[in-house]
Design a protein around this ligand. Structure first.
Ligand SMILES: Cc1ncc(COP(=O)(O)O)c(C=O)c1O
Length: 396
């Protein structure tokens, strides 16, 4: 089967809710993927910041095979050892106390929204239901997470949205202070906005948010679905800021491509959920949690994280060195890098693809580099060379 044959079948059989590039990917290994015509690509998308250990990593594959021969799925009516082991690793690394598992970033955020409301409800403060979110944020596509997403283009046609959300300008503290009322239960924020254009929070902004939340008895929720699990060179992006949230949500890189989401919180906030308050059939199942546990073993090593920082630096400096005059700004941390151009980048991404380099946009003028964290220096140099060639051809 060729790319075109798959595309024809896909167009017949699938809904058209995704805008897709005209290739069908059939195989992956490390930092590379191959399409149905057997063309090789250097993958700087990594499932959009998800394949943290690359494609089909042997260390994870071994665990996956072993778990697949042992136990795939049982209900959360029972204790699940790999789930408990993963929870222990995450709480130890995060400084938080309790974990809840689900299957995606949106689901993790949905759980965080529900937990924040239920926590105050149980404390006889049922009026505290309002959540402050930020303009340009992205939290997922389920109704709660979608409502929290501060980008009108994602809301259009899906109303009525979930009541009780307010949006304020990112990195602007006075706007947050003005939005807080006695009914505010949580502030939900990405320490680095991903889909909104790789925009890191200012140090003082995030620190002040924590201060405000502590003073006013408001829960601070960090959405680290994209920026967490080693992506920025620390296991959690909030470590760069020295600020610990009350709740953090994770997904994407946690399973290195195997679907899993998680929410971590403090012992106190965890009291918001009693048995029956929240659940997911597949949440924390043995396969997903065995895989994520192995991913955690790898990405939480200090040496691994140092390498992510170093590779991020190399990539960033390399892009800078190309010296393309259309580059407006390079933003991000570690291997979460956004390059903003003075013109729309859709065509540039297509030229890169033709040259064998996969990149993803975020907004119209920004290209994201979010490769596997295991990418090596030779591959980084190859990516830079291909990017440079593509920029030469890009007519913008
Ligand atoms: C910060 C952030 N939160 C939540 C989500 C939603 O995650 P999922 O697509 O797994 O539901 C994303 C996805 O891009 C994200 O970047």
């Amino acid at each position: 089967m060729t790319n075109q044959e798959w595309i024809n079948r896909g167009q017949e059989a699938l809904m058209s809710n995704y805008g897709r590039f005209p290739i069908a990917l059939v195989r992956g290994s490390g930092s590379y993927v191959w399409d149905a015509n057997n063309k090789q690509y250097l993958d700087m998308v990594g499932g959009i910041a998800t394949c943290s250990l690359g494609h089909c990593p042997k260390v994870v594959l071994d665990v996956l095979k072993e778990q697949a021969q042992t136990l795939w799925h049982v209900s959360n009516l029972y204790w699940i050892p790999p789930q408990i082991q993963l929870a222990e690793k995450l709480i130890q690394a995060s400084g938080l106390d309790k974990a809840y598992f689900c299957n995606s970033g949106a689901e993790a955020n949905e759980a965080a929204i529900k937990l924040a409301r239920k926590y105050f409800y149980r404390r006889k403060q049922a009026h505290k239901t309002e959540i402050i979110a930020f303009e340009n944020s992205f939290h997922g596509r389920t109704m709660g997470a979608l409502t929290a997403t501060g980008q009108p283009k994602y809301h259009e046609g899906f109303g009525p949205l979930v009541p009780g959300f307010k949006y304020v300008e990112y990195n602007k503290l006075p706007a947050v202070e003005q939005a807080i009322t006695d009914n505010t239960c949580a502030i939900m924020v990405e320490p680095i906005q991903g889909e909104g254009g790789i925009r890191p929070a200012d140090l003082t902004f995030l620190r002040s948010l924590k201060h405000i939340c502590d003073q006013a008895e408001i829960l601070l929720i960090f959405d680290e679905v994209q920026c967490g699990i080693g992506r920025t060179g620390t296991l959690f992006a909030y470590e760069h800021y020295g600020v610990k949230p009350h709740i953090v949500t994770l997904a994407k890189g946690l399973g290195s491509g195997f679907p899993i989401g998680a929410m971590l919180t403090t012992s106190q906030v965890a009291t918001g959920f009693a048995p029956g308050d929240h659940a997911a059939t597949f949440g924390g199942n043995p396969l997903a949690t065995a895989v994520a546990s192995k991913v955690m073993d790898v990405v939480s090593q200090e040496e691994f994280l140092e390498q992510v920082k170093e590779k991020g630096r190399l990539l960033r400096e390399g892009i800078q060195k190309i010296g393309d005059p259309r580059v407006k700004e390079i933003r991000g941390r570690g291997l979460l890098i956004g390059v903003e151009f003075t013109a729309p980048v859709q065509e540039l991404i297509s030229v890169c693809m033709k040259k064998g380099l996969l990149l993803v946009g975020a907004g119209s003028n920004l290209v994201r580099f979010v490769p596997p964290l295991t990418i090596n220096q030779v591959e980084i140099n190859q990516a830079l060379a291909l990017f440079k060639e593509a920029l030469k051809e890009w007519d913008a």
